[in-house]
Design a protein. Sequence first.
Length: 453
Amino acid sequence: ENLFATDIYAYFSKVLGEYGMAHFSDGGSSKGKDYCIFFNSQWARLPQDLSKAARLQTYDLTTSVLCSPSDVPEGGFPNSIPMVMRGNCTFYEKVRLAQINGAKGLLIVSKDRLTPPSGNKSQYEEIGIPVALLSYKDMLDISKTFGEKRQVAMYAPKEPVVDYNMVLIFLMAVGTVAVGGYWAGSRDIKKRYMKHKRDDGAEKQDEETVDVTPIMICVFVVMCCSMLVLLYFFYDHLVYMTIATFCLASAVGLYSCLWPFVRRIPFGKMLPACTLLLVVLFVYDVFFVFITPLLTESGESIMVEVAAGPSDSSTHEKLPMVLKVPRLNSSPLVLCDRPFSLLGFGDILVPGLLVAYCHRFDILMQTSRIYFLACTIGYGIGLLITFVALALMQMGQPALLYLVPCTLLTSLAVALWRKELPLFWTGSGFVVNTKTFTTIDPRDPEQKFYLLW
């Protein structure tokens, strides 16, 4: 259900939207109050410090939407920042009227969710004053708190590129992969050992399993892609179906729900199948994060848009398919709906399949968990590389772009170093007698190999 969410990113607002602060105070008073604003730095940048921000008189025009010259009061807005209501025309039309009538900035009051005041390249070049959105609730508080001669200074405090919440995401992701992989490997080996103690255990296993073929993997990925695209276009309708599915799985337990299907998953040559799945989802992740912005009208990644929820969604519901951790650094922007860092469940589940395989191989080869540890460490390194890429590029990252090479190549490198690559790839290297598993010498051609999976 949640495998199509396979990226990690700090949830930066669309169209270069940024959070800032509007510091209101009565004229001549040193005391004031901060309010959250949402602005687009492509119109004009805001200073990072309040001390460097100009304090300007506000002009309350919240009875108007400022869409035509008739909305402009006599004398205009000389050296002031008008406050107008949102609606009826574009952001560009509002800010253009404000600028040509002497305004030094524009505050647009919105009763809806704050979205970035966007425009096009030529409009950005024409306008030289900042424009920001302010919530209607805050506007009412400003009217009650301050008098008619109130002043405002707009600024945008700088936040650290890397937040402490990355530590929590790292611990949750690596911990889940390590514990889940270790448990899955141990439990599966124990279960199959008990089956082989029965006289007809092997026959039952042959009857109850089916092969996961490359075609099945491709069909699975196509279904993920289709669901992702459908969510992009019909988010407000399908989001409830996704939430309902998640609640059902949480209520009865995903393992219990899928047990009739899971018991038929093969224990046949799974590393090639696992490798194919990782590689295909690697391409899938890169395509939907880096390529789809070139194909959509908004220029946004389909993956990021679906995982974070469209900014224009009427439901404002979020899909339960990511780990979501808020910013932990102290900042004046705590007043705002600050960005979250998100990690898709697919970034945990997909590499976790390989970690579980490595642990099973460790148990049957009677090693000191070297494959399991190497793959888990590779996952941690891949996640750290993802964090670095996120900090440097300041945009959503397809985590599988870094996790797949780090886990898969690390595991294969260990197998190559130990001269066990053929056994690791095929999952073979064990003889089964009627009572126990016994290791064999892979160099002995007379011994028969038992498939690990």
